[in-house]
Design a protein around this ligand. Structure first.
Ligand code: NDP
Length: 338
């Protein structure tokens, strides 16, 4: 069983060499004493920004740290080879928490989702129909309280979550602008995802001026993915009673000290509602999300860009690529196609 283990806890920017490939043996059967377990063959692994937090020894964080020396765990798509739970049968496809390895014994089926619809690419269950897609759905519809024709700004807009938030906002009838870190990504936002405008934040010496250009009358809704300087500039450009859905702050994840935000006082003067959320609190809405989004995918009203690395060996590099923006769209790793 080939697997990727975390060598040691990480400080600063993670490196490929923080993770190593190891081989061990595994019995391809659920042990007798496990009564709610499945043994799976992993097909797709998901690379997600929150995994950086798990590479550090943290206490009181909302996710557990990885265990150095053990296989990294994360979301993925897998096929069941053996099961001790009658609701999960040999041959079933699932998505949920698994290991960065070829085969994993998942000791509890709690939190696993059975894949019901296989007429879409399986990899979608790491992105569009998985945790990031559900994050976009919950974040936009539940946290942003959108109204038709409002102005919406999304950072890291071409990523796994952002590309979908933008498309939801457009379908809802909003004016939508996104920021991203390359020309290729800006083109995707405008030409593939149908954003009204998009800009490369790396080429804007003055983010406040850039936002003023696209939002002369201010921003009603900010879908926050990056934090730091971008959040600071957005605060100055929010409208009265604007809403900020704080989904993530990826610009901060590799810093030892958070980068200062100076304009928080705007939250008071502009009566902004700024709300952090975690998708993990909202999985009861997952069936509703799938019911809404599947027809949109089939009618071609929602599109999704993925960046799929080949082979378990490529997983460490794919994961750290998220923090330099190397991924174009949802980053996943394919281990096996079936
Ligand atoms: P993406 O697919 O968007 O990948 C990460 C992207 O972040 C990179 O491609 C890069 O895009 C951008 N980025 C990386 N470093 C920086 C930086 N220093 N400054 C600005 N941008 C940077 O990831 P996801 O869509 O999966 O996640 C987006 C955000 O949502 C993250 O903050 C994540 O933690 C959060 N999240 C939160 C959840 C929740 O429940 N609250 C659930 C899922 C995700 P670019 O080239 O444009 O810079």
């Amino acid at each position: 069983n080939k697997k990727i283990i975390l060598k040691n806890y990480v400080k600063g920017f993670p490196k490929e060499s923080d993770m190593i490939l190891e081989t061990s043996t595994i019995k391809l059967k659920v042990p007798e004493d496990c009564n709610d377990a499945v043994l799976v063959k992993n097909l797709y692994l998901s690379c997600d920004p929150y995994m950086r937090g798990r590479m550090t020894k943290t206490e009181g964080s909302y996710v557990d740290s990885f265990t150095p020396g053990s296989a990294i765990t994360g979301l993925g798509v897998a096929r069941i080879l053996d099961s001790s739970n009658p609701n999960f049968k040999k041959g079933d496809l699932i998505w949920g928490f698994t290991g960065w390895e070829e085969y994993t014994l998942i000791k509890s089926t709690q939190g696993l989702f059975k894949i019901q619809h296989t007429d879409v690419p399986l990899s979608y269950y790491t992105g569009l129909l998985g945790m990031p897609g559900h994050t976009a759905y919950v974040g936009f519809y539940e946290i942003c309280s959108p109204k038709k024709s409002e102005t919406v700004f999304i950072s890291a807009a071409s990523g796994a979550v952002g590309q979908l938030v933008g498309q939801f906002a457009k379908l809802f009838g909003c004016y939508v602008v996104g920021s991203a870190g390359s020309k290729e990504k800006v083109d995707l936002l405008k030409n593939k995802f149908g954003f009204d405008e998009a800009f490369n934040y790396k080429e804007e010496p003055d983010l406040n001026a850039a936002l003023k250009r696209y939002f002369p009358n201010g921003i009603d809704i900010y879908f926050e993915n990056v934090g730091g300087k971008m959040l600071d500039a957005v605060l100055l450009n929010m409208r009265l009673h604007g809403r900020i859905a704080v989904c993530g702050m990826i610009s901060q994840y590799n810093l030892e000290e958070p980068e200062g935000v100076h304009n928080l006082f705007c939250v008071i003067t502009k009566r902004i509602r700024m709300e952090g959320f975690s998708v993990t609190d909202h999985y009861h809405l997952y069936p509703k999300f799938v019911e809404m989004v599947l027809p949109l995918i089939k009618e071609g009203k929602i599109t999704y860009v993925e960046d799929i690395a080949e082979g378990l060996e490529s997983a460490p590099s794919a994961l750290i690529g998220l923090f330099s923006g190397r991924n174009v769209g949802k980053q996943a790793v394919v281990i096996d196609h079936e």
